[in-house]
Design a protein. Structure first.
Length: 239
């Protein structure tokens, strides 16, 4: 099936009122289907697979803002570094350093979201609460973190994070029909966002909270999300 234009227009209107950014999840969808949404005005698209994203980038208009939302392996960063707009799924310091390294080769600053693990599922990736705190104390936000020990190298050659900008958090709720569980997990992510949003350095300032997909985006918005990732409501079920 093609794009559900009525659903799209309804969702866009709903999100615009609440100042929430829509990322249209276009994984497995054809160039033609993406162009349908593009021609309706959509510019932010999210992909899960590196090769599929690279192929679509070559074939589609260059004013599209491409979001990488899937699990990203360090050895594949180089394929999307020249053009990706926002990487949602940064789940380790190692990956962040690799993104910065590849961005530097392209003379770019790549915007990133730290993926935080809030679900009760081991299959989900991301920093847990303790890992997130340790990371922010010792790296990107350490300069302004009480007790932090990070020297701000963001404008010096020694910095492993010179070419990235951490602008928010991303998380996924458990795959369940229990709204209480979903809401509780979104509340946890929002509380962590609030806890660390006062920190600011040259390459770190929390502005974006990416949580909520087709099944739970309304709950996510109620709990503070300002970016949602919606696919099946716009495109129908996956091909």
């Amino acid at each position: 099936m093609g794009v559900n234009s009525e659903h799209y227009k309804k969702i866009v209107t709903e999100l615009k009122i609440k100042n929430v950014t829509l990322v249209a999840v276009s994984k497995t969808k054809s160039v033609e289907e993406i162009l349908e949404l593009y021609n309706l005005g959509q510019r932010d698209f999210g992909e899960n697979y590196v090769q599929e994203l690279a192929d679509k980038y070559e074939k589609l208009p260059k004013d599209i803002l491409w979001h990488f939302i899937g699990h990203l392996q360090t050895n594949k960063v180089k394929y999307i570094a020249p053009f990706v707009s926002l990487i949602h799924s940064v789940d380790s310091e190692k990956l962040l350093k690799e993104i910065s390294k590849e961005a530097k080769k392209k003379d770019r600053i790549i915007e990133c979201l730290l993926q935080v693990h809030v679900a009760n599922e081991e299959t989900k990736f991301g920093f847990d609460e303790k890992e997130l705190e340790d990371f922010l104390k010792s790296t990107a936000a350490g300069l302004n973190y009480p007790g932090g020990n990070y020297k701000d190298f963001t404008n010096e050659k020694e910095s492993p994070f010179q070419n990235i900008y951490i602008k928010g958090f991303m998380g996924m709720a458990s795959f369940t029909d229990d709204e209480k569980i979903i809401r509780k997990e979104f509340q946890l992510l929002k509380s962590l966002f609030d806890k660390y949003c006062h920190l600011q350095t040259t390459n770190y300032k929390l502005q974006t909270l990416s949580m909520g997909m087709s099944a739970d985006y309304k709950i996510a918005i109620e709990e503070g999300s300002n970016m949602v990732r919606i696919g099946s409501l716009l495109f129908g079920k996956r091909n």
